[in-house]
Design a protein. Structure first.
Length: 157
């Protein structure tokens, strides 16, 4: 004769299955919320309301935001190259070129300044990265070639 389970045991098992289902559902909700909270779109939205709307590592570039001057081009070029190098070189050493797209999205003026830095310092890997990953328009190419010639940088030419 087959032994029958106690009626309370059946309810206990049913309650355990129901509890497991609830836990699994809650876990799925946690995973969904986690994916939302870690999304880059949300992070970008949050940072847009912070000071300057920037990531912390990009605050150093605020000083380069308005690089206008009354200096002549001959005086301006070495001055701006020193200013760019003082800010960009340590940042690149820390964060690398993979962070540049985010930098260019935050600062419109940083792409040409980064190109200028790469030319002035003969950083051929950086020049190659910029050339491969970003569009350089014809008029920009001519200005960059003129800059490389003025800096007597044959490697960049």
């Amino acid at each position: 004769m087959k032994r029958q389970a106690h009626p309370k045991a059946k309810t206990r098992h049913a309650k355990m299955r129901k509890a497991d289902t609830v836990v699994e559902r809650n876990w799925q909700r946690v995973l969904n919320w986690q994916s939302v909270l870690l999304s880059s779109d949300l992070l970008t939205g949050i940072t847009s309301f912070q000071a300057y709307g920037l990531h912390e590592d990009m605050f150093v570039f605020v000083s380069l935001r308005n690089s206008t001057t009354k200096l002549s081009w001959r005086e301006f070029l070495p001055t701006i190259c020193r200013r760019i190098h003082a800010v960009l070189a340590p940042w690149l050493a820390t964060h690398g070129a993979s962070r540049l797209p985010k930098l260019f999205a935050c600062f419109d003026n940083m792409f040409p300044l980064t190109m200028l830095h790469a030319i002035a310092t003969s950083d051929l890997p950086l020049l190659h990265f910029l050339h491969e990953n970003f569009e350089v328009f014809c008029h920009e190419q001519l200005l960059l070639l003129d800059t490389a010639a003025q800096l007597n940088n044959l490697l960049a030419l």
